[in-house]
Design a binder for this molecule. Structure first.
Ligand code: SAH
Length: 407
């Protein structure tokens, strides 16, 4: 095990249980680094702080995982982290109408750079750290022992592959062992609050579905009756499906991905077949493949009673926050200008680098420039299967508001 000493004055965050330590905070490592491994971490005055994983090729050189001096870190410790995270989701396994939820939420569950979602009987893992990549087999084995999934599919997070020096790969595990992909494998079918979905194997964005918005889709459904709605950045239409079930007269879905939009229509048909949506619902939906920012600017004034704005992560790091704030501001400003008087905007940001305060500040700039008043009707966040860890503010990545626009 390595022994790492943190520089004087740099130990505040690790002592407050923040899990990330960057190279600039490290005074020395003993013995000299040869390969990634577990480390005991000490303050400059020699007081134990935490155990972590040290890897010089990672963009976060030291990832802290336990602040308990008595912990014995290693494979069994990782198995325990997996087990504890799954047990914390116990109530989700018995939900009557939902079979998709998050089992492991990265640092918020003390497993850096790993997200695992359940989609019916299949599990999808997203790997965004060298640590999670190294421990993937151990993690898959423990998940298999506890849950006996039909398959575990693990993909490298594209956004982090470069900075973590990870190959973009898809790996499969069955019965606890790594296997080759079954070419004829069917799409994973699952339900969320009574609506049916299919996630195409390995092809989707992230893990193929965004279950963090589960509760927020239900909230939007409440506002949909009789409305003409714009679902901007619709992806495969999870919001659209809820809006339709909620009785929206018309939903226009816009996304840059044509394949996502085709899948949206497929899912409308699937829910018609399952009698979740009435026959003929398809006629209430349009799909448009376009750059949403430009499309919105060109869209008809006063057409929509309601808009969903769920853009991708625009601020990838703290460094890109300023530019991202401008992009978010512009998007929300144009939406506020275009929507009908009294219209409802459900607006989101999934940028971990942007705090809730930043998000609200940005919205107030948008309102000022759009020359309107805004009432916040609801404050939204990710579901409780995506917990926010108080000592890791970055885990509060998904923020949202239901706004009423008054002109
Ligand atoms: N609301 C969706 C998730 C949206 S994810 C859901 O609930 O499932 C963000 C989406 O934005 C992705 O589908 C991506 O294809 C799309 N996207 C990214 N950049 C875009 C752009 N410039 N214009 C339109 N869509 C874009």
């Amino acid at each position: 095990m390595y022994r790492i000493t943190i520089k004087e004055g740099k130990d505040k965050a690790p002592k407050r249980h923040h899990p990330w330590v960057f190279s600039g905070a490290i005074d020395r490592i003993e013995p000299e680094f040869t390969e990634p491994g577990w480390a005991e971490v000490y303050s400059a005055s020699g007081i134990f702080i935490a155990y972590g994983w040290y890897d010089e090729k990672s963009h976060i050189i030291l990832r802290l995982m336990s602040w308990n001096r008595k912990e014995s870190v290693g494979d069994d410790f990782v198995r325990k982290l997996v087990k504890d995270a799954v047990i914390r989701r116990k109530s989700f396994f018995s939900l009557p109408n939902t079979t998709a939820f998050r089992l492991i939420h990265g640092e918020a569950d003390f497993i850096p750079g790993l997200a695992v979602d359940a989609y019916g009987r299949e599990l999808r893992a997203i790997v965004s750290s060298r640590f999670a990549n190294q421990y993937l087999a151990v993690i898959a084995e423990e998940l298999d022992r506890m849950l006996h999934p039909s398959l575990i599919e693990a993909v490298t997070d594209k956004q982090f592959a470069g900075i973590e020096g990870l190959a973009e790969k898809i790996r499969h595990f069955r019965n606890g062992c790594e296997t080759r992909e079954d070419e004829n494998r069917e799409n994973a079918r699952f339900i969320e609050n009574g609506i049916w979905y299919e996630a195409a194997p390995g092809k989707g964005q992230k893990s193929g579905f965004y279950c963090d918005q589960r509760d927020n889709r239900m909230v939007c459904e409440e506002y949909a009756k009789g409305k003409t709605v714009l679902d901007l950045f619709s992806y495969t239409g999870a919001f659209t499906l809820h809006l339709l079930r909620g009785g929206a007269e018309k939903v226009d879905a816009v996304d840059s991905s044509e394949s996502a939009l085709r899948h949206l229509l497929y899912q409308v048909h699937l829910n018609e077949d399952k009698k979740v949506l009435p026959e003929g619902t398809r006629d209430r939906v349009t799909i448009t493949s376009a750059n949403a920012f430009e499309w919105l600017r060109e869209s008809e004034d006063g057409k929509y009673d309601m808009m969903i704005l769920d853009p991708p992560k625009l601020a990838k790091t703290k460094g890109s926050l300023e530019n991202a704030m401008k992009a978010y501001k512009d998007l929300n400003r144009v939406a506020m200008m275009k929507i009908k008087n009294g219209g409802i905007i459900a607006t989101y940001s999934c940028s971990g680098a942007m705090t809730r305060e930043d998000f609200r500040t940005m919205l107030s700039w948008s309102a000022t420039d759009a020359g309107c008043e805004i009432q916040i009707l609801r404050t939204l966040s990710a579901g409780s299967d995506h917990p926010v860890r108080l000592s890791f503010p970055e885990s509060e990545y998904l923020k949202g508001y239901i706004l009423r626009v008054i002109k």
